[in-house]
Design a protein around this ligand. Structure first.
Ligand code: GDP
Ligand code: CA
Length: 320
């Protein structure tokens, strides 16, 4: 059987759980490691250091050093430096940076200051552990996501999400500068050469949204000979974790598996999807997905562990 070349578009925690399954499924099939294009809209400067929350979520999960109980950061981390930063009144008092995590941020920032591009920095961060996938940022440009409120004020996505827990009603999300951003080196090539592109069940608005908004990426998905298969982050009318429903509502999309599929759209109708995985709980929505020109595939979509995520990937690959 010929090898299947897989590209994944992913955000942070949902993207990480999915990527663990991609790695497992492809290794089992004897396929080459996937290229994972990661959202960098969450990135930010804080106390002079560059943070890349989604990149690090995937990096730590693949390395097996992530804190699975808390859901973010490093296992067994401490917060000595964070307390000291707070004594100085530096950074954000509601945004905790673990000591080990800070080591990553300092290494990253140092390499950026040395002149490495974000793509080169992510490659360098990927050398420490055998990740089993190739990680690439969506772009080398800084296009940090901002949340615009109804009074036209705006704040960084991290402040809106972490400090305000998405309780401030968003009018829209913006990535200033993204109009002139270019996909990171290798992204378009990987999509063009792929057999399958998988949209992880990540936040459609602030994780997958910024990736698709980098000029050229959406077009590459529409032109590739690969099949493009998405996985629903909504199960039974609810986002599994987090506050993605607030993001969906802000862009006028119902928190429903068929509505998210329609938001991405069929490739036959200016969209990006060939097929869409819906949870068994949502099998009643399959006909609507089909009517939108997207092939519905019903499968268990709970990513309880890597094996469950790998089964989702198997279902996605079987769909094409
Ligand atoms: P973030 O960047 O850390 O917010 O993570 P992502 O954007 O990558 O993923 C967040 C999304 O993952 C949430 O909106 C959830 O709906 C989705 N998600 C989390 N766990 C599961 C799961 O077990 N199954 C499915 N289908 N989606 C999940
Ligand atoms: Ca994120």
């Amino acid at each position: 059987m010929p090898e299947t070349r897989v590209v994944v578009l992913a955000g942070g925690v949902g993207g990480a759980k999915f990527t663990l399954g991609v790695r497992e499924a492809l290794a089992r099939r004897g396929d080459p490691p996937a290229t994972v294009v990661v959202n960098t809209g969450d990135d930010l400067w804080l106390s002079g250091i560059r943070l890349q929350p989604d990149v690090d979520s995937i990096l730590y999960a693949l390395a097996g050093v992530n804190d699975t109980e808390r859901g973010w950061g490093r296992q067994g981390d401490s917060e000595r430096v964070n307390r000291e930063l707070q004594e100085w009144g530096a950074g954000w008092p509601w945004f905790t940076l673990g000591d080990l995590d800070l080591g990553t941020h300092l290494a990253r920032t140092g390499w950026l200051r040395d002149g490495l591009t974000p793509t080169q920095v992510v490659a360098r961060l990927s050398e420490r552990w055998p990740l089993g996938v190739r990680l690439v940022p969506m772009t080398d440009a800084e296009v940090d996501t901002r949340v615009v409120l109804h009074d036209h004020s705006s704040l960084h996505f991290q402040e809106w999400w972490t400090r305000h827990r998405a309780t401030l009603a968003p009018a829209r999300f913006e990535n200033p500068g993204i109009e002139t951003a270019r996909p990171a080196p290798g992204v378009l090539e990987a999509i063009a050469a792929a057999d399958v592109v998988l949209l992880a069940p990540s936040n459609p608005v602030v994780s997958i949204g910024p990736i698709l908004a980098v000029p050229g990426i959406r077009e590459a998905l529409r032109e590739t000979s690969a099949r493009v298969v998405g996985v629903s982050p909504v199960i039974g009318g609810r986002v599994v974790r987090g506050m993605a429903d607030v993001c969906l509502a802000a862009i006028g999309v119902d928190t429903a598996a068929d509505a998210v599929a329609a938001h991405y759209g069929a490739r036959s109708a200016q969209g990006v999807l060939d097929a869409w995985l819906l949870a068994e709980e949502d099998s009643g929505l399959a006909a609507g997905v089909a009517a939108a020109g997207i092939r519905p595939v019903v499968a268990p979509l709970w990513m309880r562990d890597a094996a469950a995520s790998a089964a989702i990937v198997d279902a996605a690959l079987a769909a094409i």
